[in-house]
Design a protein around this ligand. Structure first.
Ligand code: ADP
Ligand code: VHF
Length: 269
C-alpha cells in the first residue's frame, strides 16, 4: 500500500481542511459537484468508524457570489460582511449534502484568542468531542467577521493544524487545488516535480520554490507547509491532496492517486 493510503487507513481521528478554491468555481458559487463528492467520502469514512472534523474555507468567496457585489472592495468591513453572508451559503450546502447521508452538521466559528485561552480551549474540546461522539460532523471556520488583524489566525491551514492538535487527531488531511507539494509552483511550471514524502521541513523549504497561490487562496503552499510542521511536532502526519479530483481520499486509500504526506522527523522511518 502507498504511504498515504497506509496513513489514512491507520488513522481513526481525522481533521479535513478544505480550501476556498476546492469549494467554489471561478465566480465564487459553491462547486456543488465537488463538495457533494467530498461529503460522500467523509460519510463513507464515518461509516468505517472513523471520527471526522471539517475545517472549511470559502465564506469570503461564497459571499461574493451570493450578493454579486463588493468583490473588489478592499475595506475590511466589506470583507467581513462578505464572510458573514458567504458562511450561510456554505453551511446551507453542507447541511443539504450531509443530509443526504442522514448526518447532521454543527458550525463552530473560532478566532486565535480561542486557542490561547485555557477555558475556551476546554470548551472547544468539549463541544467537538460531544458533536463527534453523537455522530454530528463539526464544521469549523475562522470567525472572520470579528477577526480584525490583531486577533486573526489568518489562514485555515493554521486553523486546521490548531484544531488537529487541540483534538489530538491522528491525521490532518488538507484538500487544495494541487496534487501536493512540488519543487516549484505546478501552475507556472509544467515540469514541476511532486514530492511524495516529507520528513525534513526545513530541508524542503530550502529545496522548493513556494511563490504564488491560487486566485481565492489565502496562504499558498507556505501556510500548508507550516501547518505540517505544527502537527508533525505533535507526532501527527499531514496529507496534502487535490480536493478538486473526484474520489481523491478514496483513491488515496486504495493506493492510487497522487499526494504528499508529511511525517516530520518524528515519523522518520
Ligand atoms: N511548490 C509549490 N507546490 C505546490 N503548490 C504551490 C507551490 N508554490 C506555490 N503553490 C501554489 O499554492 C496554491 C495552493 O495554496 P492556496 O491558493 O492558498 O490554496 P487553498 O485555497 O487550497 O488554501 C496552489 O494553487 C499553487 O499555485
Ligand atoms: N476564513 C476564510 C478562508 C481563509 C483561508 O485560509 O482560505 P484558503 O487559503 O482558501 O484555505 C473564508 O472562509 O473565506
Amino acid at each position: 500500500m502507498s504511504a498515504i493510503g497506509e496513513v489514512i487507513h491507520s488513522s481513526k481521528k481525522i481533521v479535513i481542511k478544505i480550501g476556498s478554491n476546492v469549494l467554489s468555481d471561478d465566480q465564487g458559487h459553491v462547486n456543488k459537484e465537488t463538495l457533494h463528492n467530498i461529503v460522500e467520502q467523509v460519510a463513507e469514512l464515518i461509516g468505517q468508524g472513523k471520527h471526522l472534523i471539517i475545517v472549511s474555507s470559502g465564506a469570503g468567496i461564497c459571499g461574493v457570489a451570493a450578493i454579486n457585489k463588493w468583490s473588489r472592495r478592499g475595506d475590511i468591513n466589506y470583507k467581513q460582511a462578505l464572510c458573514a453572508i458567504g458562511q450561510v451559503e456554505l453551511m446551507n450546502a453542507y447541511k443539504e449534502f450531509f443530509g443526504d447521508y442522514d448526518l447532521h452538521v454543527g458550525q463552530m466559528l473560532l478566532t486565535r484568542d480561542d486557542f490561547g485561552d485555557h477555558i475556551r480551549t476546554l470548551n472547544i474540546r468539549n463541544t467537538l468531542f460531544t458533536l463527534v461522539d453523537e455522530g454530528v460532523v463539526p464544521i469549523i471556520n475562522e470567525n472572520d467577521s470579528v477577526s480584525v488583524e490583531e486577533i486573526k489566525i489568518g489562514d485555515n491551514d493554521t486553523l486546521g493544524a490548531l484544531t488537529a492538535t487541540l483534538w489530538n487527531a491522528d491525521l490532518l488531511i488538507v484538500l487544495s487545488d494541487i496534487d501536493g507539494v512540488f519543487d516549484k509552483n505546478p501552475k507556472d511550471h509544467k515540469d514541476a516535480e511532486l514530492i511524495d514524502e516529507v520528513y525534513d521541513i526545513d530541508g524542503l523549504l530550502d529545496e522548493i520554490d513556494s511563490r504564488g497561490k491560487s486566485s481565492f487562496g489565502t496562504g499558498g503552499i507556505v501556510t500548508k507547509i507550516q501547518a505540517a510542521r505544527r502537527v508533525n511536532e505533535y507526532g501527527i502526519p499531514m496529507v496534502l491532496v487535490n480536493g478538486k479530483k473526484k474520489d481523491v481520499i478514496k483513491n488515496a486509500m486504495a493506493g492510487t492517486g497522487k499526494g504528499t504526506v508529511f511525517f516530520g522527523k518524528q515519523g522518520e522511518r
